[in-house]
Ligand binder design. Structure first.
Ligand SMILES: Cc1cc2nc3c(=O)[nH]c(=O)nc-3n(C[C@H](O)[C@H](O)[C@H](O)COP(=O)(O)O)c2cc1C
Length: 472
């Protein structure tokens, strides 16, 4: 009797691919999509702050990771994978510390706030290179996802991204190699992100094969490769993909035109999949991860100051911050024009009226070597933030573990010549960072609207409370 009950339970229990110790289950999750440029660290941290359960890093090509140096930034306590451009590496007039200070950051992680919540997305068309890159990043992330959906020529021309949908043997071989050699070693999950194919039969056949590679999760972008982002997502195949994944014990996330947390959960229920992934809506406003019951999305007037503070805390690349702000601030608002005209963080916080961030902005401009670009109060940024300014010293003192953890210090800007060159030629792929130091962590409650703020002109509603917990 007991045996037959046990056997009934066993046969009716849904099949589940085991989730490795350091990995995460994608089931029940609403996640931030991988986005080149728009998925840098401040965007990921904002998404997490507002309730994203997991965040994907922007696609980073295997070759870009191979040969990087891992170090800890002593000012932000972030893990950085850096590469010194060859013209700098081979420049005999530069000292070793000078070269180090000019390294490009290829990928940056906040080991505290992204702990167990960051999935690294890889662009690859080679099992061997995927494994090599996987060994570099494996110990710092909760999972590795293979991009098999990007239709852009820079990806497909190398056989990566959506081109892999046409070479399923290669795609399966990449996934199997990663599962066997990287996933098992670092005890993390391997997953894949695909697009739907032209017919349900083709999609089904591909998904069945992918589910047999040992992956723990699969995201399906409900558009075909030729479809443009403005075309509405097609969800006709979603239920079928979810069923095949479930039959194999693989978690399935839906992607395409998902507008926020509540919408994501509705879709997951309607199409019987495990969760959903959001890109464009989160790029516009990362607070869309907050459920209506917790206050729903915050207005841009709330999100923008928070984002700026976050970008400053992690020393995000200036051009990237501006790009993200151009997505968040409505083009018709006066703040958009002011933001566009600003040349560095000091300009930005001044035109946005974020007086409380002035000192930090000056320090970060100095670190990034852009303080001389300021339109406003030209010259005062550097004066306001001499090397060894209090907040920077505080960050260094508060993070003795940074050095102990094996990181090489990043030199302050005063020791770094040719910063102009660095600005003029931004890194090919950059991902941002954040601080372990609680005094530098995002705390929107501490963000007081300044006396003469751009917020004043917009009748910004009172921000609703943050969603603090992460759903299981
Ligand atoms: C700015 C931007 C960058 C993107 N970069 C990537 C990427 O690096 N890897 C990837 O798999 N998809 C990338 N995508 C596609 C998104 O992850 C997502 O599949 C697509 O935008 C559909 O989701 P949405 O309708 O929520 O925008 C990108 C999309 C955008 C808008």
């Amino acid at each position: 009797m007991l045996r037959s009950l046990f056997s009934t339970i066993m046969t009716s229990a849904p099949k589940r691919v085991p989730i490795p110790k350091n990995g995460v289950d994608y089931r029940g999750k609403v996640v931030l999509a991988p986005m080149v440029r728009s998925g840098e660290l401040p965007s990921r941290l904002m998404a997490l702050k507002y309730g994203a359960d997991l965040v994907w890093g922007p696609e980073t090509v295997d070759r870009a990771m191979i040969g990087t140096t891992r170090r800890i930034n002593p000012f932000t306590s972030t893990i950085e994978y850096t590469r010194i451009p060859s013209n700098i590496a081979n420049n005999p007039s530069l000292s070793e510390p000078e070269r180090t200070s000019l390294a490009n950051v290829i990928f940056r992680i906040d080991p505290a706030r992204e702990y167990k919540r960051l999935i690294f997305q890889m662009g690859t068309a080679s099992p061997a290179r995927a494994v090599e890159a996987g060994h570099i990043i494996g110990a710092d992330v909760a999972g590795i996802d293979v991009n098999a959906g990007c239709p852009k020529p820079f990806s497909t021309s190398g056989g990566m991204g959506a081109a892999l949908l046409r070479t399923p043997d290669l795609l399966c071989s990449i996934l199997e190699s990663l599962v066997r050699e990287v996933g098992s070693k670092y005890e993390i999950g391997i997953s894949v992100k695909i697009r739907i194919l032209e017919t349900p039969e083709l999609t089904a056949s591909l998904v069945r094969r992918l589910c047999q590679t040992g992956i723990t999760g699969l995201t399906v972008h409900c558009r075909t490769t030729p479809m443009r982002p403005r075309e509405r997502a097609i969800r006709d195949q979603l239920c079928m993909v979810g069923t095949i994944c479930r039959d194999h014990g693989v978690a399935c996330l839906a992607n395409g035109d998902v507008e926020g947390r509540d919408h994501a959960l509705e879709l997951a229920k309607e199409f019987d999949v495990d969760g959903a992934m959001i890109a464009t809506a989160a790029e516009r406003n990362p607070s869309i991860f907050r459920a209506d019951v917790d206050g729903g999305p915050a207005p841009w007037t709330t999100v923008v100051p928070e984002y700026v503070q976050c970008a400053l805390e992690v020393h995000n690349r200036w051009n990237n911050t501006k790009y993200l702000l151009s997505n968040m601030i409505p083009g018709k608002d006066a703040a958009y024009k002011k933001m566009s005209a600003s040349k560095c963080y000091s300009d930005l916080v001044q035109v946005l009226g974020l007086e409380n961030l002035k000192e930090l902005a000056a320090e970060v401009d100095e670190r990034l070597g852009i303080s001389n670009k300021a339109n406003i109060n030209k010259g005062t940024a550097a004066a306001a933030a001499p090397s060894g300014a209090p907040a920077v010293e505080k960050a260094k003192k508060a993070n003795p573990s940074a050095k102990a953890a094996g990181g090489e210090p990043i030199l302050p800007h005063k020791d770094a010549p040719k910063q102009e060159a660095r600005e003029a030629k931004p890194p090919a792929a950059t991902t941002a960072a954040t601080a372990l130091d609680p005094t530098l962590s995002i705390n929107t409650e501490q963000l007081q609207p300044p006396a003469q703020s751009f917020l004043d002109t917009n009748n910004a509603p009172t921000p609703a409370p943050m969603r603090q917990s992460v759903s299981a």
